[in-house]
Design a protein around this ligand. Structure first.
Ligand SMILES: Cc1ncc(COP(=O)(O)O)c(C=O)c1O
Length: 431
């Protein structure tokens, strides 16, 4: 019998219920995925018991011999995967990774520039409700109304006017390729550091099916749990030229510190204490998986599935922001379907299909209601679903959206979702 079940039946039951929910619902949230059992096992290992403030070979605690080995492996694999020169694998999340970047490069009050939240950007790119918009002066750029693509004229004009120290490229709800080279041109024109936040696309970049942020970005941050399919966490990377990126002068010694040093101290002790060694080891496991050829096949399927979502939704008269996708996600503008993003999210949830409401560019509705939904393919692809299943799923989503007040219809869709999910369990039974 499970130890947890004996000791804490309440939490055991909650975990069991969540397992069943993940298994029985169709997960289409673009930022979610199912890790391998090996990653799960590592994340639940004795490494969680170890305090290891500092970095491998330079810890504030004894007994770090084995966690040093784990962190070094994670660093080496991360560098290999992204062709980077430096990796800090300690950030607890994508947000912490961004905070670490800003701490290393900026002083409070400095200007940062990122894609507007309502145009697909992330809270940590300068939203007033996040530390990023409270500690720093945030200016946002937008996408073009006609194409849904980044408006580089708007970006350049604002960059010239506000002279940001950092320009952030990468987003949470941007279905198209991030044009790192074009962002770098703008950054160079105003002397800004280019920060690539590849949280969403990192798996696609690792599989070399999206352009690399290097050599264009001076610094790169990512979460590890989205398309990359690792444990919940973050990391910061520097490319080949990091030694040439200007660091800051240390106030006491007058020595110019390298960016790698500044990032290390920004992450710990700047914003974090002890690293989560069980998660860092689980990141190492996920990076090993992502280095294998099978990960490339997985990402190819993720992209094929997303493309199929785009084509099928368009065939049914849905409007997509940017008219399609190059990545793992599509952003549906529901304004011609007479339903808000919030109502669609609720009705789909009742039918066993999990999506998130999402603002669309120039959205007339509030962030709590929204005019859109975001749909991503990574999680369903991990459980083995392909384009045949995507076609079925689009049909089911359409039935719910067109009949969102009809409980009988929603119940019928729920049965079809159950049937589909039972064919593709999230974890195979132990042999
Ligand atoms: C572009 C981007 N940056 C940062 C984050 C923050 O990551 P986390 O939720 O791990 O803090 C996200 C998460 O959705 C994101 O999409």
């Amino acid at each position: 019998m499970s130890v947890l079940k004996k000791q804490d039946k309440e939490i055991f039951d909650i975990i069991e219920s969540e397992f069943n929910r993940q298994n029985d619902y169709l997960e289409l949230i673009a930022s979610e995925n199912f890790t391998s059992k090996a990653v799960l096992e590592t994340a639940g290992s004795v490494l969680t018991n170890k305090y290891a403030e500092g970095y491998p070979g330079k810890r504030y605690y004894g007994g770090c011999i084995h966690v040093d080995e784990a962190e070094n492996l994670a660093i080496e694999r991360a560098k290999k995967l992204f062709k980077a020169k430096y990796a800090n694998v300690q950030p607890h999340s994508g947000s912490s990774a961004n905070m670490g970047v800003y701490m290393a490069y900026l002083e409070p009050g400095d200007c940062i520039m990122g894609l507007d939240l309502s145009h697909g950007g992330h809270l940590t790119h300068g939203s007033k409700v996040s530390f990023s918009g409270q500690i720093y002066t945030a200016i946002t750029f937008e996408v073009k109304k006609d194409s849904g693509l980044v408006d580089f004229d708007d970006l350049l004009q604002k960059a010239k006017e506000f002279k940001p120290k950092i320009i952030i490229c990468g987003a949470s709800a941007y279905p198209r390729t991030v044009e790192f080279e074009k962002f770098r041109e703008v950054a160079d024109k105003v002397g800004a550091v280019l920060h690539g936040d590849i949280c969403h696309n990192s798996g696609i970049i690792a599989a070399e099916m999206h352009p690399s942020p290097f050599p264009y970005c001076h610094v790169v941050s990512t979460s590890t749990h989205k398309s990359l399919r690792g444990p919940r966490g973050g990391m910061i990377l520097l490319g080949e030229d990091y030694e040439n990126t200007l660091g800051k002068v240390a106030p006491k010694s007058g020595r110019v510190k390298m960016m790698s040093e500044l990032i290390d101290s920004a992450v710990m002790p700047g914003i974090q204490g002890g690293p989560l060694m069980h998660i860092i080891a689980a990141k190492a496991v996920a990076f090993k998986e992502a280095l294998e050829p099978s990960f490339k096949s997985y990402i190819k399927n993720v992209l094929d599935n997303a493309q199929c979502f785009a084509d099928e939704f368009k065939n049914k008269g849905y409007n997509l922001v940017s008219d399609g996708t190059d990545t793992h996600l599509v952003l549906i503008d529901l304004q011609n379907k007479n339903i808000s993003g919030k109502a669609a999210e609720i009705a789909l949830d009742e039918a066993g299909i999990t999506v998130n409401k999402n603002m669309v560019p120039f959205d007339p509705k509030s962030p709590f209601i929204t005019s859109g939904i975001r749909i991503g393919s990574p999680a369903m692809t991990t459980r083995g679903m392909g384009v045949d299943e995507v076609k079925v799923v689009v049909d089911l989503i359409d039935q719910v959206i067109m009949n969102h007040d009809n409980k009988d219809k929603i119940n019928t869709v729920r049965s079809s979702v159950n049937e589909l999910c039972s064919i593709f369990p999230i974890y195979e039974k132990d042999s």
